[in-house]
Design a protein around this ligand. Structure first.
Ligand code: ADP
Length: 518
């Protein structure tokens, strides 16, 4: 009676302990210890099935570690099919022969053995072996008791296995989330941040410690492009669909102050009762995409404007001059034809610039290198421009020993044309335009200085971008596609050189470029 009482206590204790522990190793040790104590066994082991079907010892009791391999005969050819109803009928063939082999190998007296399957739903998860010395065999009661116990142990083993699979799965998922290039965070039902990955921390400028537990909209502070807060997402819970996602685009105000354009996708997860459990928030940086879009729009509006103006002039003059009912005097005729020629040239150079820009973009711009006498080239370019303006004076200033460089003369002419025509365009009140240069051991440098309107400080960093034009009333009056400086920079860099400028708004600008001496 007392024995049975103790057994019941054991069973209770073990089922409690087993359900509160999920780590497989400790569950197995616990099972084995209780089982051995329960039936007074001195030695025991638990072997579990591996994915390939073999049995491997996972816990032992009363066996020195170095003797464990000797138990191998007990772990092969184990019947895999377990009929739960008839668990007691489960037998390992030749058990006693196997036992003798093991006992002889390890030199321990293992006289009595009992083996029980750990099985759930007829699936063999493993085997428990218990051994005892002496002549008293394990009784039918022992077996019955252990059986009930093994059934419970099997469930604990399976739970522990599932748990460790879950842990592995979670680790995998965590690694995917943490290392994703997109920003990801997981919100709790209270819309506070439960998890946030590295990419999103980088985007927002928050530290993990500060971000965790915070209301999500403090960290992901989204505004629409006009700077208005995107309040719609504060009502996230109400707005979230039962199925699918919500997508919002906006600007992210970052801790550092700079802005990022992002696309944010909110995916709600609901529990069975329809309550919000989590929201997965996926944040993609679309700044470049937006910029490309804007550039495309700017491109189309600038190009259409720039192409339409000369075409309209050409068409207007041509139509007027061709009128049959009018007789034009020589001077009018000449003036009209001059405008047509000039505007055709402008069209031509715009088209050339566009082609060059697309070649540069495609990386197929080729240089035709030869000896170039830069001062001589500058004189030619300046001479051509000086016939076009009487408000500007040109000064050319190069030292006599200015070196010859290996470069593409036509491309350098293009650069000088652009810089000098900008100097003219952007000094509407005239002034002196100085072009000169110097050389040191490594570089030859050229500058073009004007006394024009200069460049506002806040615009200076974007000047060399494609289609970029400083917004001013003068810009609206002057023609240009914002391609000139982009081309200059690309052409100079293709030569291995660099281009930069200094400018004081209202006083003038000086553009410099350097080419390597060969
Ligand atoms: P575009 O002249 O066709 O507009 P560029 O790429 O040559 O294009 O120049 C880009 C912008 O840089 C111009 O719109 C102008 O605002 C500014 N810029 C270029 N050169 C000068 C200069 N010498 N002085 C003042 N602003 C300049």
């Amino acid at each position: 009676m007392l024995y049975q009482l103790r057994q019941r206590e054991y069973l209770l204790e073990i089922s409690r302990a087993m359900t509160s522990r999920l780590e497989l190793g400790s569950v197995l040790r616990l099972i084995l210890t209780y089982a051995a104590e329960m039936v007074g066994a001195e030695v025991g082991l638990i072997a579990l099935s591996e994915p390939d079907g073999s049995l491997v010892v996972k816990a032992s009791y009363g066996i020195p570690a170095h003797l464990l391999p000797s138990f191998a005969p007990l772990l092969t050819d184990i019947p895999r099919l377990v009929n739960l109803q008839q668990r007691t009928g489960w037998q390992i063939p030749d058990l006693h022969l196997r036992l003798q082999a093991v006992a002889a190998a390890i030199g321990m007296s293992l006289d009595q053995v009992i083996s029980l399957p750990l099985a759930v739903d007829d699936e063999l998860l493993g085997v428990i072996y218990l051994f005892r010395s002496g002549s008293v065999a394990f009784s039918h009661d022992d077996r019955r008791l252990l059986s009930a116990f093994a059934a419970q142990a099997a469930i604990a083993v399976r739970n522990a296995r599932l748990y460790s699979e879950l842990v592995a799965e979670k680790q995998r998922l965590d690694a995917v989330i943490e290392n994703s290039a997109d920003g990801i965070m997981i919100l709790g039902p209270d819309l506070r941040i439960e998890m946030i990955n590295r990419a999103l921390l980088r985007m927002t400028g928050w530290s993990r410690e500060k971000a965790l537990g915070r209301p999500y909209h403090e960290v992901l502070a989204l505004q629409d492009t006009s700077g208005k807060d995107l309040h719609e997402i504060e009502d996230l819970e109400r707005e979230l669909p039962r199925q699918g996602t919500v997508y919002v685009e906006g600007e992210l105000s970052r801790k550092a102050g700079s802005r990022l354009v992002v696309g944010v996708r909110y995916t709600p997860l609901w529990d069975e009762a329809g309550r919000l459990r989590n929201i997965i928030v996926n944040v993609v940086d679309i700044t470049r995409y937006r910029e490309a879009e804007e550039m495309k729009t700017t491109f189309i509006s600038i190009i259409s404007h720039e192409l339409k103006t000369p075409v309209a002039l050409i068409k207007g003059y041509a139509t007027t001059l061709a009128r049959e009912d009018a007789h034009w005097d020589e001077e009018t005729l000449r003036e009209g034809l001059r405008v047509i020629e000039e505007e055709s040239d402008r069209l031509n150079s715009l088209i050339d610039n566009l082609l060059d820009a697309s070649r540069i973009q495609a990386g197929v711009l080729k240089l035709d290198l030869g000896d170039v006498n830069i001062p001589q080239l500058v004189h030619q370019v300046v001479e051509r421009f000086s016939t076009q303006t009487d408000r500007h004076q040109f000064e050319v200033d190069f030292p006599d020993d200015y070196p010859i460089v290996l470069a593409d003369e036509e491309r350098l002419r293009q650069v000088l044309n652009n810089l000098i025509s900008n100097a003219i365009k952007y000094s509407p009140d005239g002034g002196v335009i100085r072009v000169g240069g110097w050389a040191d051991d490594e570089w030859v440098t050229v500058y073009v200085a004007d006394q024009g309107i200069g460049i506002p400080v806040e615009e200076q960093s974007r000047l060399f971008q494609r289609f970029y034009r400083v917004d001013s009333s003068l810009r609206r009056k002057t023609q240009g596609a914002g391609l000139g400086l982009y081309l200059c920079k690309s052409l100079i860099e293709a030569h291995g050189g660099r281009i930069w400028f200094r400018s004081e708004p209202g006083k003038g600008s000086t553009f410099f470029f350097s080419l390597p001496r060969n």
